[in-house]
Design a protein around this ligand. Structure first.
Ligand SMILES: [Zn+2]
Length: 141
């Protein structure tokens, strides 16, 4: 298993790639197999890690599985505006779609009309808005 620098689990990677990262010093081992699993290469032996963490954050491109819809975002956020906490009936893209933000769990938040209108094509920072919670992917998604 490979975890990103923020501890999010990335999909499992081929063993060969993980060993390559290990040798390059790009990952830290956070768990080993018990009993240890030793890989034999031509000139060396290496213990195969069960879990490693990437030392540097890896950009995760938006993938199909992360896509969501307005209805699902409103359900996740229980129809509460992520900017002011009042009743929400729209959804907002934290990074605006016009600037590459996608319809993903991590980029969308429920919003009331006034906050959504006020934010427009800006990031929350630019609009002087603060997210009341970080967008996340719910367990049921
Ligand atoms: Zn609002």
């Amino acid at each position: 298993m490979v975890r990103n620098a923020d501890n999010a689990v990335l999909h499992s990677r081929p063993f060969r790639e993980i060993v390559g990262h290990l040798l390059d010093g790009k990952v830290w081992v956070v768990a080993n197999f018990d009993p240890p699993v030793i890989a034999h290469a031509v000139s060396m032996q290496i213990e195969v890690p069960r879990e490693v963490i990437l030392r540097d954050y890896v950009y995760r491109p938006y993938v199909e599985v992360d896509r969501t819809t307005r209805e699902k975002i409103l359900r996740r956020d229980r129809h509460l505006c992520g900017y002011c906490g009042l009743h929400a009936n729209t959804w907002d893209h934290v990074m605006p779609q016009s600037r590459g933000g996608g319809n993903t769990w991590f980029n969308c938040i429920a919003a009331c009309g006034p906050c959504n209108w006020d934010k427009g094509d800006r990031t929350p920072e630019e609009a002087g808005l603060r997210l009341l919670w970080e967008p996340y992917r719910p367990a049921w998604a």
